[in-house]
Write a protein that binds this ligand. Structure first.
Ligand SMILES: NC(=O)C1=CN([C@@H]2O[C@H](COP(=O)(O)OP(=O)(O)OC[C@H]3O[C@@H](n4cnc5c(N)ncnc54)[C@H](OP(=O)(O)O)[C@@H]3O)[C@@H](O)[C@H]2O)[C@@H](O)CC1
Ligand SMILES: Nc1ncnc2c1ncn2[C@@H]1O[C@H](COP(=O)(O)OP(=O)(O)O)[C@@H](O)[C@H]1O
Ligand SMILES: [K+]
Length: 506
């Protein structure tokens, strides 16, 4: 029997709020809420602990100096009231009370709760650790004593729950700014946060559960960011009408394939065909390229750009940096056809003001698919600067190049020229292998050829590709050794399954 774990795909899209947007909700709701939001947050944590920890197990709550710590004190007090074993580890200098967090601390102590000065004082190993050290108020890398507590916590086999955000993780960017907690479950409040879903976030947060604390988020400005779910694509994931022909599904032209790099163009073309493009032609720079692929004889292969009949351009896979490559870009960027620009196409664009102007002036904005290094070149900066704030980097690229941007990597960001953005929750580290980007380009071209609106194609192609890789991993194929070409058949299977499911739902 092959190893099979469950494959689940995120079904529902949801808002992702950045710090300022969360703070704006707090400013309105905290003064009005009865019971107070901290009380509700603490109750939610206590419920989550009870759901995961058998009675009798010791729950150790690490509490920090702010409201995140306040949530932890409320949770500990409630656990005690429910007959659970709970202690707090916390150290608070200075006496002055005041503020909700201090009141929560006093209420915990008044109810007979025990506060220890460090994990050394624990008499038994905990069954659960609740990280209530820092949440959205993290202002700098975590120092002592909290850093040692985190290190101790990570060494325990206990169930680990993070309150709002794993301490040390930046809720906006997903960056660890120093020592950082790693949770099995993050219970996040009011709304979901982007930092839980990109860069280091998915490694640190574990499963993310959103608790609105009884606040209807629709009463507030939900910002421009979303976490993608399958529901966002339902209108376009429909079964095919019977009365159709290959012309109904568009003709994709893949331009790339310089000497020794023709595989990239083949992968993109293969992905486009397998996900529904009516016809695919490869225009390769390699003069010695085979005129047909024995593996995929459906692909039309040559060295020329067809005079007519093409509906969508995918430019870049294996394009290289030669003068003929530049000439092709200069010819194709002003085209009125939908365009996906990837890989060497992006690298050349980064250093060529004329090409940049053609791109910006296109009647239909292109889709650019940079990985962080390509994004850094396009922004004239370093990879670290891109990764410091992936959302801001993708938004800046989208604005500067007037294009839809897929900034690839763990938690790919999709950004549009109007400032809207999304994070893709699908995908896994099996995708960190050569050729994956070429497959993505082909998928995007295929969706455009089949009439998907450009912003939605950028989102769905990214979602589909990651979900395909996730399904393969669930079937025991990867993550180690997962090959780009394997994701193509899995994407085909998913796109058919999802379309068929929508037929049944009609
Ligand atoms: N508002 C509400 O009612 C609600 C809030 N909620 C909860 O509150 C959380 C936000 O609370 P928060 O704003 O108090 O920030 P929090 O994350 O506790 O940290 C700030 C404190 O830490 C300190 N500090 C920062 N970095 C530090 C470092 N590296 N090392 C050491 N100290 C550091 C900082 O002090 P300072 O920077 O001034 O030294 C300040 O004292 C949120 O995530 C959610 O859990 C929910 O219950 C919903 C209702
Ligand atoms: N750790 C990861 N988690 C999720 N997706 C990943 C991960 N690593 C890579 N990917 C995805 O795989 C693809 C890799 O693209 P790219 O880096 O351009 O590969 P290549 O240039 O080798 O074709 C992107 O879509 C990226 O988002
Ligand atoms: K926390």
């Amino acid at each position: 029997m092959p190893f099979v774990s469950s494959f689940t795909v995120p079904l529902s899209s949801r808002p992702l709020l950045r710090l300022q947007e969360i703070r704006a909700i707090e400013a309105v709701e905290v003064p009005l809420a009865d019971p107070p939001l901290m009380e509700r947050a603490g109750a939610a944590i206590a419920r989550a602990v009870i759901a995961h920890v058998p009675p009798g197990g010791l729950v150790c709550v690490l509490c920090g100096p702010g409201n995140n710590g306040g949530d932890g004190f409320v949770a500990a007090r409630r656990l005690l009231a429910l007959g659970r074993r709970a202690v707090v580890i916390g150290r608070f200098d200075g006496g002055g009370s005041g503020g909700e967090a201090a009141a929560a601390r006093e209420a915990f102590v008044a109810s007979g709760g025990v506060m220890l000065a460090g994990p050394d004082a624990l008499e038994t190993p905990p069954a659960a650790i609740v990280d209530a050290l820092f949440g959205i108020g993290l202002a700098r890398p975590i120092g002592e004593p909290h850093a040692s507590w985190i290190e101790w916590g990570l060494a325990q086999t206990a169930f680990k729950l993070a309150v709002d955000v794993p301490s040390g993780l930046d809720a906006d960017t997903g960056r660890c700014t120093g020592p950082c907690f790693t949770a099995d479950l993050t219970s996040t409040f009011l709304a979901d946060k982007p930092g839980l879903h990109t860069l280091d976030g998915p490694d640190r947060a574990g499963k993310v559960v959103v608790d609105s604390l009884g606040i209807d988020p629709r009463r507030h400005d939900l910002g421009l960011g979303r976490l993608l779910g399958l529901d966002a694509f339902a209108d376009h994931l429909q079964p095919r009408r019977k009365n159709t022909h290959k012309g109904s599904f568009g003709h994709v032209l893949v331009v790339g394939g310089a000497p020794r790099m023709s595989g990239a163009a083949f992968l993109a073309g293969h992905a486009a065909l397998a996900t529904g493009a009516g016809k695919v032609t490869l225009c390769a720079l390699d003069p010695n390229i085979l005129s047909f692929s024995p593996v995929h004889p459906e692909l039309m292969v040559g060295n020329a750009i067809p005079e007519r009949g093409v509906d969508v351009l995918v430019v870049g896979p294996g394009l290289g940096a030669s003068d003929p490559a530049r000439a092709l870009l200069a010819r194709l960027l002003p085209s009125p056809l939908p365009l996906v620009l990837d890989a060497d196409g992006l690298n050349r664009l980064a250093v060529d003001a004329e090409l940049q102007e053609s791109l910006r002036s296109r009647p239909i904005p292109a889709i650019l698919t940079p990985h962080p290094m390509e994004a850094a070149r396009l922004l004239g900066t370093e990879v670290a600067a891109v990764q410091n704030d992936r959302i801001a980097a993708a938004q800046e690229l989208a604005r500067r190049y007037r294009a839809h941007v897929v900034l690839k990597g763990c938690g790919s960001i999709v950004a549009d020229p109007d400032g809207t953005w999304a994070i893709n929750p699908t995908g896994n580290p099996g995708m960190a292998s050569a050729g994956m980007g070429d497959v993505l380009s082909g998928l995007l071209g295929s969706l455009l050829a089949q009439g998907w609106p450009v912003p939605l194609a950028a989102r769905f192609g990214t979602f589909l590709h990651g979900a395909a890789a996730d399904r393969l991993v669930a079937e025991g194929i990867g993550p180690i050794g997962l090959r780009a070409s394997e994701t193509v058949a899995a994407a085909r299977q998913l796109v058919n399954e999802w379309s068929e499911r929508n037929r049944k739902a009609l």
